[in-house]
Design a protein around this ligand. Structure first.
Ligand SMILES: Cc1cc2nc3c(=O)[nH]c(=O)nc-3n(C[C@H](O)[C@H](O)[C@H](O)COP(=O)(O)O)c2cc1C
Length: 401
């Protein structure tokens, strides 16, 4: 069973039609309006600049446009573990416990992170139709599955950066195949770091090749532990799709490597450490590729290619449901920022799925934050999108509890 920590306090409140204030986003974009009531967790930055505004109604077409962006978010094994409940002027985001990976993710951390990514998509979807999003995280303590309520709070044309992110939604994908030659520009890495901060997280770029090699060792250790656990391998097999599958969820063959070369070649990061260049520029952090998740069934994507340009770990200050929601929003924002420049990421979460390996990753990085995702970035020219279920299957029909 999913255990979602209740962060909202116990005070019952009138939740409908709160007054809104615009929050200044530290990244200078995606200005997130926030409910002015106290006592709830909220997305966005801390300062407010002008007095309240009433929520603005959404048409069915507008709601469909917003959901289509939310639904393209990344999720663990493409489980798409979210449910949307649209209302006239807001959309509720709920966790779908039927899609939780109870063996590999018993606390629901990765489920919530995936839902956080969908929440960022909903925010971006509202910006796509010229609305300002106002987000309340965990608005009702009595409904722990209700993760966020997102209001349409006023109108404003999207900025150039927002338009870039919206344009990247269809081609953003988790990249497991070869990277193309070419560095990830420092400016882009710096923008991704700022994006994470704007979402209340930290994107720590790892420049020390010894740390990368140790990260790789921890990932391999966690992967071996999972291989030996029949419930985890059986659960994974349920989400891995054969070639030509018509399933609209799970990891398709086109998104998996033809052979899991990275998992079978030991010491790759260690080899690359020997070839390490000077670490003065962010973009010079060319490092080895970390072991990828072995999905247990081959796909069609070739392996090899150029090594990634950058390795990073997404960190949060705490480790609560609200932190996981923030991490998910930061993840989607960073991935879209990169994809807008045809830079993509390999995601690796195996070392964070075991409490002891996660503790080791945290200690490796200095112990000041909670690791939520390991990423490697590189250039790529391919854009194979994974499938998503129709929106009708993502609509909440039951009241949340
Ligand atoms: C919380 C989380 C954990 C993930 N862990 C991994 C991982 O360990 N290995 C991997 O290859 N992809 C991982 N992914 C990527 C998902 O498999 C991917 O988002 C999903 O299959 C949908 O594909 P897309 O990102 O290309 O849209 C993870 C994604 C999320 C949100």
């Amino acid at each position: 069973m999913m255990s979602i920590t209740d962060q909202s306090g116990t005070r019952q409140r009138d939740r409908l039609r709160p007054r809104m204030e615009p929050g200044v986003d530290a990244g200078g974009l995606l200005v997130t309006w926030r409910a002015t009531e106290t006592g709830s967790q909220r997305a966005g930055a801390d300062s407010t600049v002008q007095p309240g505004t009433a929520p603005a109604p959404l048409t069915p077409d507008e709601i469909a446009a917003v959901l289509s962006v939310g639904a393209r978010a990344p999720s663990i094994h493409n489980t798409q573990p979210w449910l949307f409940r649209p209302h006239d002027d807001h959309i509720d985001l709920l966790a779908d416990p039927d899609r939780q990976l109870s063996a590999v993710d018993p606390d629901g951390r990765e489920l919530i992170l995936s839902c956080g990514a969908a929440l960022f998509g909903l925010r971006l979807g509202l910006r796509r139709i010229g609305r300002l999003p106002a987000v309340e995280l965990q608005p009702d303590p009595a409904q722990p599955r209700l993760l966020a309520r997102i209001w349409s709070a006023g109108h404003a044309a999207s900025t150039r950066v927002e338009t870039d992110l919206i344009t990247a939604v269809p081609h953003r994908h988790t990249h497991r195949g070869p990277f193309s030659p070419g560095q990830v520009p420092d400016r882009l890495l710096a923008a991704m770091v700022t994006d994470a901060v704007a979402e209340g997280c930290e994107l720590a770029l790892i420049g020390d090749t010894k740390v990368i090699a140790e990260l790789d060792r921890l990932i391999r250790g966690a992967a071996a532990q999972q291989q030996a656990d029949a419930s985890i391998t059986a659960e994974l097999a349920r989400w891995v799709r054969p070639l030509h599958s018509e399933a609209r969820d799970g990891v398709p063959a086109t998104a998996r490597l033809a052979e899991n070369a990275w998992a079978s070649q030991s010491g790759r990061a260690g080899e690359a450490a020997g070839r390490q260049v000077a670490c003065g520029r962010l973009a010079e952090m060319a490092l080895g590729r970390l072991a990828g998740r072995d999905f247990g069934a081959p796909g069609t994507e070739e392996s090899g290619g150029t090594l990634p340009s950058a390795t990073a770990v997404l960190l949060t200050a705490g480790d609560t449901t609200a932190d996981w929601l923030r991490a998910g929003q930061a993840l989607d924002r960073v991935l879209l920022r990169a994809a807008a420049r045809w830079v993509f990421a390999s995601l690796q979460s195996q070392a964070l799925e075991s409490a002891c390996y996660r503790r080791a990753v945290r200690a490796l990085l200095g112990g000041s934050g909670y690791p939520q995702m390991v990423l490697q970035f590189g250039r790529a020219n391919t854009a194979v999108a994974t499938p998503r279920r129709p929106h009708a299957e993502m609509l909440a029909t039951q009241p949340a509890e």
